[in-house]
Design a binder for this molecule. Structure first.
Ligand SMILES: *Cc1c(COP(=O)(O)O)cnc(C)c1O
Length: 410
């Protein structure tokens, strides 16, 4: 196989798009016509590939699915209207009342909220410190169906014990779901640590331009779905390694309807072309900014896996090509985060991450506000914590921006 970026730029073109279009066309048709009733019936019955109604997929989204499958080293992917839609569809399609999930305690907040909603439907969740696989092991019960972790947690950047949890899941026959959003397939392939299913919120670094929402679920082919109790007989078609996504396409994508539209898929495809270039730049910028902040007298603590002071620095260096673009830092006692944020001239006060532009947010007062002070403290989130999603600006401009903002308050 060719290199990462070469493969992004040239694999879709080789699938012979109409008229030899160099970019994947935007297919807006909702319905698809067939020459025979049998041909349409074959598509409905999963006996032949093809499109029937766009809620279950369109050719532009399918090109993106093939791309992510290649980049993740998987067997198949399914696209969704957002990262949350992918996680929701996975849970609703593959779990039932009485099932149990073991999840990292440091998950993306909306995923935690979704898991708490599932409790009302009889699916229980144990949240554990996933930086230690022993905690995951201790939480497993006979009802456990899947283990759900993220690669790098937001906003404190803990790195899960990914390889040991993968070995544990293999030993216990559990489905291992890794949300790869903060790293993405260029920095890390969860398949290498035994992940069964991989989530990518394409909205973030994968698309990179902050102009499209999208999510992807990839089956790595490592899990033998013949041993999973929740696959309906109807979807046991062909090789067992494809069963889960057949069921998620029907029960999750078709029935829930959070489908990726062709316009968004097109923008994500364009953004993805420069994934490796952007991530090389954002990681080197993040490293420079983290080192600058760590040495600054107004800063109490910096969280970034690329720093030697990070608790999982060695693990991150071993697993990831680069330590990513997200960092956070707290201020010395007595210093308030808002005046620092308000003085930044380049970094934008905004809630997204993974954009080309550097984005900053005060964590306790926004994305973790609903949790309350007590739970924030338990999660290691100080009231002055500022999260930075580092962009591709020139590093000297970024350092100068943070330098002037911090000097003004200290
Ligand atoms: C943003 C994010 C999601 C959700 O993605 P959306 O496209 O915003 O729905 C899921 N997981 C992680 C780790 C994220 O950062």
């Amino acid at each position: 196989m060719s290199g990462f970026t070469t493969s992004i730029l040239h694999s879709a073109r080789r699938a012979r798009p109409e008229h030899g279009a160099v970019h994947t066309p935007i297919h807006t048709s909702v319905a698809y016509g067939y020459d025979s009733a049998e041909a349409l019936a074959a598509v409905f019955q999963n006996r032949a590939p093809g499109f029937s109604y766009a809620r279950q997929g369109n050719p532009t989204a399918a090109a993106l699915e093939r791309l992510v499958t290649t980049l993740e080293g998987g067997v198949e992917s399914l696209s969704f209207a957002s990262g949350m839609a992918a996680i929701h569809a996975l849970c609703l399609s593959l779990l039932k009342a009485g099932d149990h999930i073991v999840a990292s305690r440091f998950l993306f907040g909306n995923t935690v909220s979704l898991f708490n909603t599932l409790a009302a439907f009889g699916v229980t969740v144990s949240f554990v410190d996933a930086t230690d696989a022993a905690e995951v092991r201790a939480a497993i019960t006979p009802a456990t169906r899947l283990v759900f972790v993220e690669t790098i947690a937001n906003p404190v950047t803990q790195v899960a014990d990914l390889a040991a949890i993968g070995a544990l899941c293999a030993e216990r026959g559990l489905v291992y779901v890794v949300d790869n959003t903060l790293t993405g397939p260029w920095l890390f392939q969860p398949r290498t640590v035994g992940a069964s299913l991989v989530i990518n919120a394409l909205t973030k670094s994968f698309a990179g331009h902050g102009d499209a929402l999208g999510g992807m679920l990839t089956d790595t082919g490592l899990y033998d779905w013949a041993r999973f109790p929740n696959i309906l007989e109807l979807y046991k078609l062909g090789e067992p390694k494809r069963w889960a996504l057949i069921q998620v396409r029907k029960k999750g994508l078709r029935d829930l309807g959070a489908s990726l539209d062709a316009e968004a898929a097109h923008r994500i495809l364009l953004g993805a072309e420069t994934l490796a270039l952007r991530q090389a730049r954002t990681a080197s910028n993040a490293q420079a900014l983290a080192e600058f902040l760590e040495a600054h007298p107004a800063v109490e603590k910096v969280n970034y896996p690329g720093l030697k002071s990070h608790a999982q620095h060695g693990r991150a260096a071993e697993l990831f090509r680069l330590p990513g673009s997200l960092l956070s830092f707290s201020l010395k006692a007595g210093l308030e985060p808002f005046p620092v944020l308000d003085r930044l001239r380049i970094a934008i006060i905004s809630s997204n991450l993974g954009d080309n532009r550097t984005l900053v947010i005060p964590v306790a007062q926004t994305i973790f506000f609903e949790l309350g002070a007590e739970r924030r403290a338990a999660m290691g989130i100080p009231e002055s914590l500022i999260r930075v999603s580092v962009g591709i600006e020139e590093p000297e401009d970024l350092l100068a921006d943070f330098a002037q903002a911090l000097t003004a308050v200290s």
